[in-house]
Ligand binder design. Structure first.
Ligand SMILES: Nc1ncnc2c1ncn2[C@@H]1O[C@H](COP(=O)(O)OP(=O)(O)OP(=O)(O)O)[C@@H](O)[C@H]1O
Length: 620
């Protein structure tokens, strides 16, 4: 089947690959198991060991029960034919008591096995979720901007829950194999051909199971981008961030329609496969049942001939029946174990994704203070998912202590330039030097610590006011004095003081008793983050866009005072702000068009002068 490949109206950029698996793929996926068990073991050595020991103990019980059953029946037959003696009756009841004891032990072991597995499951899910978060945190910004990366992340996340099913399946497999070994001994002594009959009866079911689970894996993998889209639709359809716009544009029908189309297609594809799987499953099970009755007839005939006792009959028939069940289970489970192991590849693959922006092997300490500044030498940058150059042939120097404003139309490359400064990306061509050395040679953590950036799309953390400011330097989250001073510097203090819970006030509407702020108020809070660290270079990307005119004026007065001696880069569309900078760099389509002070640029009567007069005219 086409695995829904052509049915979906795929989101742009979301590629899906439908993989068909061979038996060899399955076997080689089993190589993931040792690594998986290592992970499980790390989760909790004690629970893992307890579980394994209990399962091994449990594996010896079925054959013992069957054998004791045979002894009981032979004893009953002997008593009914030869009369009972005190000794034989006592022996009979001892055997019954033993079987009862075994039944109780088996139930108790099962319970404890399930308990340990469920506890281990919860721990494993937590442990791996944390690992995924920690690894994701090490990756580059552009990796987060790639649809294929999200597919991988989504598949890895799916593995954190329910992967302990794999654990119980593998351990169950080992347990059943041992049980089978015990049961087979009896059957082989009696008639080895019966084992062959058993295999013939069970193999078609195994083949069917493995065929259909390949299909189901391919289907599920191919559906990853659509599943992400469903999650996204579910999120924008009902969330506090989106409700306002969805209502005003009356988008709910549009979203629901798209959701329904996708989910119906999921249902249809999954249903087709489920029906085919069920039909073939029924046919193969019938074959297995026929095999069992064949063997049963052979055993009955031998008993009638007098070659076997009634006890032997029940023991052998019971062994055969149980063996069939076990073999079916083992073969069936092989498919799900190998499928689980293939899914594990997705999980481990995620951890193989490495950050490209790496700290240098022998990093240079970040200069303190910066002596000369940052020099851009023919810097060009292309986003990995784009053909266009966002920045090209950029040559300029950002001197220490200088306040540089970046100006340019939307999409000119201003934000890209500051992301390059902060090493969120590395240049595609050319290089950025700091005090004579390539930025890549410096210690990455030191660099990030010395650069304070507030982006235009800063986050509105649904946390307390205090925490919202402290994120600027999370190490100092308990330093209330610093938080308050930072808030004072960004003009956020006055508004925080007015909140019912002051600095402990929960912000945003998502959580209980949260208070929503206006756009400008949020911006003042975000600005305070810039003052939380003693950064040598401060970058503010449209920091005042949402502020009223008075607040903007004050913010910049303070900014100039507070960043005295520090290097700062400002991005703004407001020329009243821009003109306060020492120099202004005008970008156009990623290239440097003009650079100079406000007065110099006005005299040049170039693009800056044109834009400045245009805005001034609007205010007149
Ligand atoms: N993550 C990204 N992936 C691909 N292309 C991007 C990405 N971010 C930006 N771009 C592209 O790079 C170019 C420069 O974008 P940038 O955000 O640097 O512009 P800007 O000057 O800051 O614009 P604005 O004034 O609108 O904030 C744009 O053409 C944009 O489409």
């Amino acid at each position: 089947m086409s695995a829904g490949r052509d049915h979906y109206n795929r989101a742009p950029g979301a590629k899906s690959t439908v993989q068909e698996l061979s038996f060899k793929d399955r076997l080689s996926a089993l190589r993931n198991l040792p690594q998986f068990f290592k992970l499980v073991w790390h989760t909790s050595p004690r629970l893992t060991a307890t579980n394994a020991i209990l399962r091994i103990a449990r594996s010896a019980i079925p054959v013992t029960v069957l054998y004791v059953g045979k002894l009981i029946i032979d004893e009953v037959v002997a008593i009914t034919h030869g009369g009972s003696t005190q000794g034989s009756t006592l022996h009979l009841w001892e055997l019954v008591a033993l079987e009862f004891g075994l039944a109780v032990l088996s139930d108790a072991l099962n319970r404890v096995i399930i308990l340990t597995e469920s506890l281990l499951g919860d721990l494993f899910s937590n442990y791996t979720s944390v690992k995924i978060m920690a690894h994701a945190a090490t990756l580059d910004l552009d990796q987060f901007e790639d649809a294929n990366f999200y597919d991988k992340l989504e598949r890895a996340r799916q593995q954190t829950v329910g992967r302990t099913i794999l654990l119980s399946q593998v351990l169950g497999q080992v347990q059943d194999l041992i049980t089978m070994g015990f049961l087979s001994v009896g059957l082989i002594t009696f008639n080895p051909w019966l084992i062959l009959l058993l295999l013939v009866a069970v193999l078609p079911a195994f083949w069917g199971e493995s065929y259909f689970s390949d299909k189901s894996y391919a289907l599920s993998r191919g559906q990853t981008p659509q599943r992400r889209e469903l999650d996204y639709l579910r999120y924008i359809g009902a969330s506090d961030d989106t409700a306002k716009e969805i209502k005003m544009f009356d988008l709910s029908h549009f979203l629901i329609d798209r959701f329904q189309t996708l989910s119906n297609q999921f249902y249809k594809d999954n249903k087709n496969l489920a029906i085919r799987r069920s039909v073939w499953g029924t046919i193969f099970t019938l074959l297995g049942t026929a095999g069992y009755y064949g063997a049963y007839i052979v055993i009955i005939l031998r008993t009638i001939e007098g070659k076997l006792s009634i006890g032997d009959l029940t023991f052998l028939a019971g062994s055969f029946r149980q063996l069939r069940g076990l073999l079916e289970g083992i073969l069936g489970r092989f498919t799900s174990v190998s499928q689980g192991a293939i899914f594990l590849s997705d999980f481990f693959d995620f951890f193989k994704i490495e950050a490209r922006i790496k700290a240098a092997v022998h990093p240079r300490p970040f200069p303190n203070p910066i002596k000369h500044g940052f020099v851009f030498e023919d810097v060009g940058f292309q986003y990995s998912n784009s053909e266009r150059w966002a920045i090209r042939h950029l040559n300029f120097t950002l001197h220490t202590g200088e306040k540089l404003a970046l100006v340019g139309e939307n999409g000119a490359g201003k934000t890209t330039l500051v992301k390059l400064l902060a090493r969120l990306y590395d240049p595609t061509e050319g290089s950025i030097h700091l005090d004579g050395h390539d930025l890549r040679e410096y210690d990455l953590a030191g660099l990030r610590l010395n650069i304070g950036v507030i982006f235009q799309d800063y986050l509105r953390y649904q946390m307390t006011a205090s925490q919202n400011i402290a994120v600027g330097n999370i190490e100092e989250k308990e330093n209330q004095d610093l938080i308050v001073t930072s808030a004072q510097q960004s003009l956020a203090h006055y508004l925080v003081e007015k909140l019912p819970g002051k600095y402990d006030q929960m912000l945003g509407r998502r959580f209980h008793q949260g208070v929503e702020l206006s756009g400008g108020e949020w911006q003042k809070i975000a600005l305070a983050r810039a003052y939380m660290r003693d950064a040598q270079l401060l970058i503010l990307d449209e920091p005042t866009a949402a502020l009223d005119a008075r607040a903007e004026y004050e913010v910049f007065q303070r900014f100039a005072e507070l960043t005295k001696g520090k290097t700062a880069v400002l991005i703004s569309h407001r020329f009243s702000t821009v003109r306060m900078a020492d120099r202004i760099l005008v970008l156009e389509k990623g290239e440097l068009l003009e650079i100079g002070s406000h007065e110099e640029l006005l005299q040049q009567e170039g693009r800056y002068a044109e834009l400045f007069h245009l805005q001034a005219k609007g205010y007149r």
